[in-house]
Write a protein of this length. Sequence first.
Length: 233
Amino acid sequence: MDKVEFEKLSIGEIVANDYRASTVFKDAGIDFCCGGKQSLTDACNEKGLIKDNLIKELVLLNDKPFDSSRNYKAWSPDFLCDYIVVTHHTYLTEKMPQLVFYTNKISDVHGDHHPELVKVSNLFNNISDELTQHLKNEEEVFFPAIKDLISSKSPDSKTIVTNEMSRLLTEHEFAGDAMDEINSITNGYKIPEDACNTYVVTFKLLQEFEDDLHTHVHLENNVLFPKVSELLQ
């Protein structure tokens, strides 16, 4: 894509067209998942960035090898649903109980000297509670309704998909905002000098969790949901 094309697209659309752009936006501190509907101009203005410099970085991606296996936009909605479950739901199911345990533990041990850890623990417990039900609803209600919509176009499936998609967007925003707050109060997961091994492991896992959540939410908000919206027409 060239400069003119980038300026026409939202942040989410740019990443949907080429997932490598997510690295550019991440390095710039721009939210490409929940904030994916922002224009490049608005995102740069909000962060105090020079848009032309960011566009130059995006244009340079054209000269780098493209991994066709990550061309998510080319995937069918039902395949995307299965991929999200196998890849991201499996990851969340495995990591959330670990992180609940670790964040509670470092809060108990280090909370007196690092009171921000108490807030981190509370925030992550809320994230875990919210996403546990979120995953269940997607797997048992939303994704099956999408597959039924593809095969039958039934009115019931259309209603379910429409209602669920609206609710899921709100839940994505909640989880994204909570992880942003954790990132902020830990200064980008900066390890203090008195950190024990569990402290270090917890912050490493939190950063990995945030990265996976961004990809997960991007795939739904900016790739799957637009495809499903086309099916509803």
